[in-house]
Design a protein around this ligand. Structure first.
Ligand SMILES: Nc1nc2c(c(=O)[nH]1)N[C@H]1C(S)=C(S)[C@@H](COP(=O)(O)OP(=O)(O)OC[C@H]3O[C@@H](n4cnc5c(N)ncnc54)[C@H](O)[C@@H]3O)O[C@H]1N2
Ligand code: MOO
Length: 397
C-alpha cells in the first residue's frame, strides 16, 4: 500500500500541472448555452434602465397625500411611453413596467384606491418607494455580471439579453480523444462471441465528456498489443487537446498503456489509494495531458468523476470546482479498516442515512445507476453506523 499515492495528493498533482489549452472565439449569444465565457461580462447599461412601476395603479408624491383627498389624474403612462413631469398635487395613472414620472415617488396599486368620478382617493397613506422598481435594481452599469470561466446557462442567456448583448467571447471547445483498450471488447451492435463483452466505457466516456461541454474528437479502440496501443496514441496526439483512455493500466502482461506512455511521453503518477480506480495513470504526451482510467466500468466512472472531469474543465477554461458534498450519517457498519479512500455507491434512505448498494464490485455499473451518489470514506478508517461521512450526489459532478 505504501507505493500508492494518497487521493488528495493525486488530485493536487493532476490539477496543478493543468492549464487552459483552448483559444477564444466570438459567437452569437443565442448559440452559447453550455459554452464557457472567455472574459468577464460587464453591464454597459443599468437594468432596469429607469425607475418603473411594479403595479397597475397610480403614481404620486407621498407628501401630497392627505386623508380623504381627491386627486386629479393628470396623465396616463403605459409601459413604453415617456411620461411628463408630474403636476404637483396630482397623480398619474400608471401600468406595470411604465416609467415613473419625475416628481412621483410612490405607486399605489389600484386595488387600494377609490374612484369618485374622474378623481382618485388613496385610502391608506403611501410610503415613499412603494411599488417602484428603481433604476439598476437588477444590474448596475459597470457591474461584472458573469465571470470568465462560467458555463453559460439559459438563465445567462436571459440575463445578457436584458443587457442588450448579442454576442459573447467564449473558449473554443476542448477536443478530447478517447481510447478504449482490450481484445475482449466489441462495439455494441455486433453479436457477442465466447469471451467477448461489449465496449461500454467508450460510449460512457463519450457521453460524460460531451455532457461536460467538450468535443469528443475521436473515440478509438485498440487491441492489447504494444504496437497497436502506440499507434492509436500517436493518432490521438496529432489532433487532440487532451486524451483519456480506459483499461490496460494495471500490472498484467496484457496491460500496455503505461509502457506506451513511457515510450511516447512522460508518466507523472500511477496508482492511487482509492477504491475503485487504483491503477489510474497520469502522463503528458508532447505537452498533451493524458489520463489513463482503469478499465473496470465503475473504476472508469469514479476516476472520470474525480480526476478527468476536473482536468478537462481546467484545460477548457472552465471554473474548476470540486464537487459539492454534504455530511450524511452511515446507516450501516463495516467491520474492517479501509485501506484506500473508498467511493461507495450509496442512496439516502427516508431516515436520512446513507445505505451502500449491496453490489460494490468495480466491474458492476448497475449499482451506480441504482444509487444517488458517492459516500467518501477515508483510508485507515472503519465505517460505523451513525458516523458522519461526506456524501457527493452524482448531480454535483
Ligand atoms: N495482479 C493485479 N491485478 C489487478 C490489479 C492489481 O493491483 N494487481 N488491480 C486491479 C484493479 S483495482 C483494477 S481497477 C483493474 C484495472 O485494470 P486495467 O485498467 O488494466 O483494465 P483491464 O484489465 O483492461 O480491464 C479491467 C476490466 O474492465 C473491463 N473493461 C475494460 N475496458 C472496458 C470497456 N471499454 N468497456 C467495458 N468493460 C471494460 C475488462 O473486460 C476487465 O474485466 O485491474 C485489476 N487487476
Ligand atoms: O481500483 Mo479497482 O477499480 O479496485 O477494481
Amino acid at each position: 500500500m505504501s507505493t500508492l499515492l494518497a487521493f488528495e495528493d493525486a488530485l493536487e498533482e493532476i490539477t496543478r500541472s493543468a492549464s487552459v489549452l483552448v483559444e477564444q472565439q466570438t459567437i452569437p449569444l443565442i448559440n452559447a448555452v453550455g459554452r464557457t465565457l472567455a472574459n468577464n461580462v460587464v453591464a454597459r447599461i443599468s437594468v432596469p434602465p429607469y425607475d418603473n412601476s411594479a403595479m397597475d395603479g397610480y403614481a404620486l408624491a407621498c407628501q401630497d397625500w392627505q386623508d380623504g383627498k381627491r386627486f386629479t389624474v393628470s396623465q396616463r403612462v403605459a409601459a413604453g411611453q415617456h411620461p411628463q413631469p408630474l403636476m404637483p398635487g396630482t397623480c398619474a395613472r400608471i401600468f406595470t413596467g411604465a416609467n415613473i414620472p419625475s416628481g412621483a415617488d410612490t405607486v399605489v396599486m389600484q386595488e387600494n384606491t377609490e374612484l369618485e368620478g374622474d378623481k382618485v382617493i388613496f385610502t391608506k397613506q403611501p410610503t415613499s418607494s412603494d411599488n417602484i422598481r428603481p433604476l439598476g435594481q437588477d444590474m448596475q452599469i459597470g457591474q461584472t455580471v458573469v465571470k470568465v470561466g462560467e458555463k453559460i446557462t439559459p438563465i445567462h442567456i436571459g440575463l445578457l439579453s436584458s443587457l442588450g448583448i448579442t454576442e459573447v467571447i467564449v473558449y473554443k471547445q476542448l477536443n478530447v480523444g478517447i481510447l478504449t483498450t482490450g481484445d475482449e471488447l466489441i462495439p455494441t451492435g455486433e453479436k457477442l462471441k465466447e469471451g467477448q463483452i461489449y465496449n461500454s466505457n467508450g460510449p460512457m466516456l463519450s457521453a460524460l465528456v460531451a455532457q461536460a461541454g467538450h468535443n469528443v474528437s475521436h473515440c478509438l479502440h485498440t487491441a492489447d498489443t504494444p504496437e497497436d496501443t502506440k499507434t492509436a496514441l500517436k493518432t490521438l496526439m496529432q489532433s487532440c487537446d487532451v486524451i483519456l483512455s480506459s483499461g490496460g493500466v494495471s500490472v498484467g502482461e496484457e496491460d500496455h498503456v503505461k509502457d506506451a506512455l513511457e515510450k511516447l511521453g512522460k508518466v507523472h503518477l500511477w496508482k492511487i489509494a482509492i477504491k475503485p480506480g487504483k491503477p489510474l495513470v497520469h502522463a503528458t504526451l508532447q505537452g498533451i495531458p493524458f489520463l489513463g482510467l482503469p478499465g473496470n466500468p465503475s473504476s472508469t466512472l469514479v476516476t472520470y468523476h474525480w480526476f478527468a472531469r476536473l482536468l478537462l474543465s481546467i484545460c477548457a477554461g472552465q471554473v474548476a470546482e470540486l464537487p459539492k458534498s454534504y455530511p450524511v450519517d452511515a446507516g450501516f457498519n463495516r467491520n474492517k479498516v479501509i485501506q484506500r479512500d473508498e467511493f461507495l455507491r450509496v442512496s439516502i434512505g427516508k431516515d436520512g442515512l446513507a445505505y451502500a448498494h449491496p453490489q460494490q464490485s468495480s466491474g458492476a455499473l448497475l449499482a451506480a445507476c441504482e444509487s444517488q451518489g458517492y459516500l467518501h470514506v477515508k483510508a485507515n478508517t472503519q465505517i460505523e453506523y451513525g458516523h458522519s461521512y461526506s456524501f457527493y450526489p452524482f448531480s454535483s459532478f
